[in-house]
Design a protein around this ligand. Structure first.
Ligand code: NAD
Ligand code: TYD
Length: 364
């Protein structure tokens, strides 16, 4: 079996679904079910004997230790994290608690379990840590993309807490010999993406007739990757990654935020036209995010060369699938837009509109 943390979140759920669609090997999904964890993402597995869900916190070392002894997984894939930059600005404490202390606690429980495995199982065991490109900080337009040797320079409480967890994972390999692997991935998008992040927020706000909030000038750049491409990369690294190594995972797909928002509006105009006008009319520029990183870009040549992984989706095919998924899953959307979600939207967006004029004429 494999032991997955945070498997009820966006990437974790896609990974668990993908794993069980491709493999007979079982999965234990250990998840605290914070606001971002959603068992509706995994409802299709409710009668699947290969799948076990356990609600719990990665900070609960005794519980994790008990589960590791009980199920004897051959690998841990660690997704569990607080993951939203804007939330980390409003409340960094949860990010330190889960991303740093939680990863430390999970590493300790893993080390104790791994140490006592028989030699052959000890040799094949893997701890795969899922991280982000945001640990490298920000790029100017002229800089080359982030490679595995780019110095860490995190700028937000989120990225700083992920950077700290990456360092702990690395140290457990160098100090204790724990067989670890780390992936640093760019921005993901796709089904089951919680609508606090840019792409699902724009799709759901557009359809609800609400403002489409663009921070600052909207010329910030992200490198977007369709989530199932990320899942395939994780499987490859787990299978054949070199111990102690880090692998950058990206889509070779740099887009300004304005360009992403425009493309989404155009897709919606095609797939679900409004009675009059374009979804672009709903775009509003609002106060920028404090410390907003200007550009992220990933050099994904190492994983391609060593492990033969490349993204299968283009931005065009991936976004089209994503919009189609949201159009077909209204119930999922309305369930996640609960009272707590509305409170977050109020906290984050209330009173931040700078420019009431639609930005339809802006060229990305
Ligand atoms: P998410 O916020 O959608 O899901 C996080 C999951 O972790 C949720 O199910 C939540 O309930 C669970 N969780 C949170 N705290 C926990 C705790 N203390 N104990 C157990 N479970 C807990 O996040 P995501 O977007 O799916 O990201 C997954 C991982 O991938 C994170 O480590 C994130 O840093 C990394 N990552 C995300 C992106 C992206 O674009 N979303 C890009 C690169 C890397
Ligand atoms: P996000 O999806 O939060 O991912 P990250 O901050 O981890 O890259 O944001 C992606 C980009 O979109 C980022 O530059 C911030 C911007 N953004 C907006 O302009 N408006 C929004 O309402 C949100 C949530 C994000």
């Amino acid at each position: 079996m494999i032991f997955v943390t945070g498997g009820a979140g966006f990437i974790g759920a896609n990974f668990v679904l993908d794993w069980l669609a491709q493999s007979q090997e079982g999965v234990i999904n250990y998840d605290k079910l914070t606001y971002a964890g959603n068992l509706n993402n995994l409802v299709s597995l409710q009668n699947d004997q290969r799948y076990i869900f356990v609600q719990g916190d990665i900070n609960d070392g005794d519980k994790v230790a008990e589960l590791l002894e009980k199920y004897k997984p051959r690998a841990i894939v660690h997704f569990a994290a607080e993951s939203h930059v804007d939330r980390s600005i409003h409340g960094p404490a949860d990010f330190v608690a889960t991303n740093i202390n939680g990863t430390f606690s999970l590493l300790e429980a893993t080390r104790a379990y791994w140490k006592n495995l028989p030699e052959d199982e000890k040799a094949t065991f893997r701890f795969l840590h899922i991280s982000t490109d945001e640990v490298y900080g920000t790029l100017s337009d002229e800089d080359p993309p982030f490679s595995e040797t780019t110095a860490y320079a995190p700028n937000s409480p989120y990225s700083a807490s992920k950077a700290a967890s990456d360092h702990l994972v690395r140290a457990y390999h160098h100090t204790y010999g724990l067989p670890v692997l780390t992936t640093n991935c760019s921005n993901n998008y796709g089904p089951y993406h919680f609508p606090e992040k840019l792409i699902p927020l724009i799709i759901t706000n557009a359809r609800a007739g609400k403002d489409l909030p663009v921070y600052g000038d909207g010329k910030q750049i992200r490198d977007w990757l369709y989530v199932t491409d990320h899942c395939a990369a994780i499987r490859r690294v787990l299978e054949s990654g070199r111990l102690g190594e880090t692998y950058n995972v990206g889509g070779w797909n740099e887009q300004t935020n304005m360009s992403v928002v425009h493309t989404l509006c155009d897709l919606l105009d095609q797939l679900q036209p409004k009675t009059s006008g374009s979804y672009r009319d709903q775009i509003r520029h609002i106060t920028d995010r404090p410390g907003h990183d200007r550009r992220y870009a990933i050099d994904a040549r190492k994983i391609e060369k060593e492990l033969g992984w490349k993204p299968a989706e283009t931005f065009e095919t991936g976004l089209r699938k994503t919009v189609a998924w949201y159009l077909a899953n209204d119930t999922w959307v309305s369930q996640v837009q609960s009272g707590n979600y509305l409170k977050w939207v109020d906290l984050q967006y209330q009173g931040k509109t700078q420019d009431q004029k639609p930005a339809t004429k802006e060229v990305a």
